[in-house]
Design a protein. Structure first.
Length: 140
């Protein structure tokens, strides 16, 4: 949980973070890309607020920026809340950064990580992405 972000809910800040890896999430209509950010930080007055990691959506501006794993980036973002299920299937509220905009490359990694465009192209060619998914109820 990123409770330290809760008091900033809805506020917009300038963040910096390391791009970790890319993934996707299923929605009721589709599969949407997301990315894992590490060492997320922003300044709120005289305080630097950090989160060890968080997942965030890949919107059109992020996709056009085409981040690479290992890069340090800065961006404008908003603290948002979302619901997730814990390992027991119970719903919990958590907080992350959303609505990323004005992305800037701060530093490039020494090794070449995967670019978002390459990852997403691979996902779109997969059987998982191209098959129609049905929700199968769990009957126990």
């Amino acid at each position: 949980m990123r409770r330290q972000l809760q008091i900033f809910l809805g506020a917009k800040y300038r963040f910096s973070a390391d791009v970790g890896r890319f993934g996707f999430q299923r929605t009721s209509e589709d599969i949407e890309p997301c990315m894992l950010l590490y060492d997320v930080a922003f300044r709120a007055g005289n305080v630097i607020v950090t989160a060890q990691h968080c997942w965030t959506e890949v919107n059109s501006e992020v996709a056009q920026f085409n981040p690479q794993g290992g890069e340090r980036i800065s961006f404008d973002g908003t603290i948002v809340q979302y619901y997730k299920l814990n390992s027991r299937g119970l719903e919990r509220i958590d907080y992350n950064v959303g609505h990323l905009a004005n992305l800037v490359l701060e530093s490039h990694p020494y090794d070449d990580g995967l670019r978002f465009s390459e990852y997403w192209q691979n996902v779109k060619q997969s059987h998982l992405f191209n098959r129609k998914t049905e929700v199968v109820p769990c009957t126990t």
